[in-house]
Ligand binder design. Structure first.
Ligand SMILES: [Mg+2]
Length: 263
C-alpha cells in the first residue's frame, strides 16, 4: 500500500486486541483463566479493602442487573461464605456475558496479574509483531500502545511473550484513562502527552470507528484486517493485513550512523 504521505510519521500507535494480538487470546485464554481462578483468588484476597470494595460494587451491579430483567445469579449475603459464592457465580456470569463493567475489569486485571507473574499466562502477539518492532526501532521510530485494557495489563501482555519481552521497544502505554478510543479528543491528548503533533503518528487498529477518530484528530491511521489471508484481495487500500506492510524497508548498513550522531 502507499505510504507516500507517511513521511512525517515518527510514532506508531497500536491497538492490541485484533491488531497486535489475536482476539482469541482474550476470549479463549484470558476470560477462561479469570473464570477458573476467581474463586481461589477471592478466597485468598477478599479481606483486602480493595478487593472487598470490588465485591461491594459487584453486588450493586447485580441488583441493577436484576432490576433490568437480565436474570443474573441471585446474590446471597447471609454469611461470608454465601457472599463469596455469590461473587464467584456472578463474576462468571458477567464473563460469559462479556460485561465491560468496571468492577469486572478491575477484578479480572487482578486475577490475570497473578497468572502473568507465576508464568501460567503468557502474552500472545502475531508473528509479524516482534520483527516489526525491531525494524521500526532501527528506523528510529517510536512505538506506543493504546488499548482499552489497563496500562498495567498491556505491559504484562508484551512483557511475557514467549519469544521475548517486547516492552523495551515500547515508549508509552495508554488506556481509557486517557479517554475512549472512538473519541478524536483522546488521540489529540495522546499526541500532547508525547509532546508531538498528531500528524507524526500512525494509528493502527482493527476497529474502523477508532481509525476514523484518530484520522479526525489529525493522525494518520490505517485499518488492520487480520481476518483475510495476506494473498486475498484488499478490501480497500486503506487496510493492511500484517505489520510487514508498514515501513517495510530494512535499515541499511550506511544508516548505522544514525545511531551515532557524533560521527
Ligand atoms: Mg481492537
Amino acid at each position: 500500500m502507499s505510504s507516500a504521505n507517511w513521511d512525517r510519521v515518527r510514532i506508531l500507535l497500536l491497538d492490541i486486541e485484533g491488531t497486535t494480538t489475536p482476539i482469541d487470546f482474550v476470549y479463549q485464554t484470558l476470560f477462561p483463566y479469570a473464570s477458573r481462578n476467581v474463586e481461589s483468588f477471592l478466597r485468598r484476597h477478599i479481606a483486602e479493602p480493595e478487593v472487598a470494595a470490588l465485591v461491594t460494587a459487584l453486588k450493586a451491579q447485580n441488583g441493577q442487573d436484576h432490576e433490568a430483567g437480565l436474570q443474573p445469579p441471585d446474590w446471597q449475603d447471609s454469611s461470608n461464605e454465601m457472599r463469596l459464592r455469590s461473587a464467584v457465580a456472578y463474576t462468571q456470569w458477567l464473563i460469559t456475558n462479556d460485561s465491560k463493567g468496571t468492577p469486572l475489569k478491575s477484578l479480572q486485571g487482578k486475577i490475570w496479574r497473578g497468572g502473568f507473574a507465576n508464568g501460567e499466562l503468557h502474552g500472545e502477539v502475531y508473528p509479524d509483531i516482534p520483527r516489526a518492532f525491531t525494524r521500526w526501532r532501527m528506523q528510529l521510530r517510536e512505538i506506543c500502545i493504546y488499548s482499552s485494557g489497563s496500562a498495567l495489563a498491556q505491559q504484562q501482555v508484551f512483557r511475557t511473550v514467549i519469544s521475548g519481552d517486547l516492552t523495551s521497544h515500547i515508549a508509552g502505554f495508554f488506556d481509557t484513562q486517557t479517554g475512549i478510543k472512538t473519541a478524536p479528543q483522546s488521540y489529540k491528548k495522546i499526541a500532547a502527552l508525547r509532546g508531538r503533533e498528531p500528524e507524526e503518528f500512525l494509528f493502527i487498529s482493527d476497529a474502523a470507528a477508532e481509525v476514523e477518530a484518530a484520522r479526525i484528530a489529525g493522525m494518520h491511521s490505517v485499518l488492520c484486517d487480520r481476518s483475510t489471508p495476506a494473498s486475498a484481495q484488499r478490501i480497500s487500500s486503506e487496510s493492511i493485513h500484517t505489520f510487514d506492510e508498514i515501513f517495510p524497508e530494512q535499515p541499511r548498513f550506511d544508516q548505522e550512523d544514525a545511531f551515532n550522531p557524533a560521527k
